[in-house]
Design a binder for this molecule. Structure first.
Ligand SMILES: NC(=O)c1ccc[n+]([C@@H]2O[C@H](COP(=O)([O-])OP(=O)(O)OC[C@H]3O[C@@H](n4cnc5c(N)ncnc54)[C@H](O)[C@@H]3O)[C@@H](O)[C@H]2O)c1
Length: 366
């Protein structure tokens, strides 16, 4: 087994490790080392992941914990709500979970966000571990401690910052991930390059064939580079007082599009469109050249990500940005690019600028 380890610090002290591995063979010893003598584990998963990996992971957990209980929700963003959290609380109570017990998230960002929020709030906080199984959760959602759920049309509106004890990434699980979900994760990877590392962005573009073929060496390189960018941002600003907002590049209009399409488009697809729209605003402000803007837009294509939408109700999309968490009364915290690899927070982006960016996304016959 070949394992990479990335340490995440909080206030300059070690907080947790992220392990990148080719299989689950190191999980038993890692869990035994950080959570010795714990009795119960709740494997928090979804209907798809349970069918593929539930038994394998349960059997490993049974070597570390006396009891393993599986809580499984319906796969998909529509489950990410307080009703599922209530079901999870009842499940934990009925199975006599106490503060010494542990929640283990096995799944994508939806499971990880909900398992983390359940762990943060059940009995005022019990330990949790992330076993992310989508590319998006491996590069992004499983680290940094943001947990939570959607409330009606308000995305991620209820949540908590709550750190996992361990993030264990088995990259081989990506082999069963549908193509569309794989590409969705790549949107967050490209975003991390666009905001922080022109070198990594160019590496992604230069190796798109190997990455799309999911060649393990390139998948590992993509994941560890992307995680190191996220690490550098969250260690400086764990609770999003400043620089961490850069990670929201593409997310203001991305979240609005997610809601507009009622989650029929994936998070990553909407983030890709949001990155293009934010790059368009940067271009219109004279920060990016014409070539830079079109390169950013067109480079989502080889990764099977959308760069345009069908005719849409632009006013309705805009209305969703008004309920965005990033709108804190002092104006929307919008992320723009100074150049590829360098993003900044701007509070002066107007509705007119956003309107023309969305209109630019609408597909036109050339
Ligand atoms: N907490 C954060 O910092 C953060 C960051 C980014 C995104 N998010 C959240 O993450 C969520 C999106 O996450 P996602 O894209 O992982 O979606 P997801 O969790 O819905 O997973 C996508 C699909 O893939 C399936 N799946 C998962 N792993 C699989 C595997 N190995 N093989 C086969 N199928 C598999 C799932 O069942 C689901 O159908 C959104 O709710 C978003 O808000 C959170």
């Amino acid at each position: 087994m070949d394992t990479d380890r990335i340490e995440i610090k909080l206030n300059n002290k070690k907080c947790y490790d992220i392990l990148i591995s080719d299989d689950f063979s190191g999980l038993e010893s890692e869990l035994g080392a950080i959570l010795p003598g714990r009795k119960r584990a709740c494997l928090f998963t979804d209907s798809n992941v349970r069918d593929i990996y539930g038994n394998e992971v349960r059997d490993i957990l049974l070597k570390v914990f006396e009891e393993v209980h599986i809580f499984s929700c319906e796969a998909g963003e529509n489950s990410k709500n307080l009703d599922t959290i209530k079901d999870a609380y009842i499940f934990l109570i009925e199975n006599k979970f106490n503060r010494q017990d542990v929640i283990i998230a096995l799944g994508g960002g939806v499971c990880g966000d909900m398992a983390g929020f359940t762990a943060a709030t059940y009995l005022r906080g019990i330990d949790f571990v992330q076993l992310p199984t989508t590319l998006l959760s491996q590069v992004d959602s499983s680290i940094g401690g943001k947990t939570g759920v959607d409330l009606n049309e308000y995305k991620n509106m209820v949540g908590a910052f709550y750190m996992p004890k361990l993030v264990y990434i088995n990259i081989s699980v990506l082999n069963t991930l549908p193509d569309r979900d794989y590409s969705s994760g790549i949107a967050e990877v490209l975003k991390s390059g666009l905001i922080k590392s022109a070198w990594f962005y160019e590496w992604m573009i230069g190796n798109f064939g190997e990455i799309m073929a999911r060649e393990p060496e390139y998948v590992r390189g993509m994941i560890s580079n992307s995680l190191n960018i996220k690490k550098s941002v969250i260690e400086k600003d764990p609770f999003e007082q400043g620089e961490r907002a850069l990670l929201n590049f593409g997310h203001t209009l991305g979240h609005a599009l997610e809601k507009y399409y009622d989650f029929s488009m994936s998070h990553g697809e909407c983030v890709a469109l949001g990155c293009i729209a934010a790059s368009f605003i940067s271009f219109k402000r004279g920060l990016l050249s014409t070539e830079e803007y079109y390169e950013i837009r067109d480079m989502f294509v080889p990764f099977s990500l959308p760069i345009s939408i069908e005719d849409a109700d632009v006013s309705k999309i805009l209305s969703y940005t008004r309920s965005d968490k990033k709108n804190d009364g002092q104006g929307l915290k919008f992320i723009l690019l100074k150049k590829t690899g360098k993003a900044f927070v701007d509070r002066t982006v107007t509705e007119d600028e956003m309107r023309s960016a969305i209109e630019e996304l609408i597909y036109k016959e050339e």
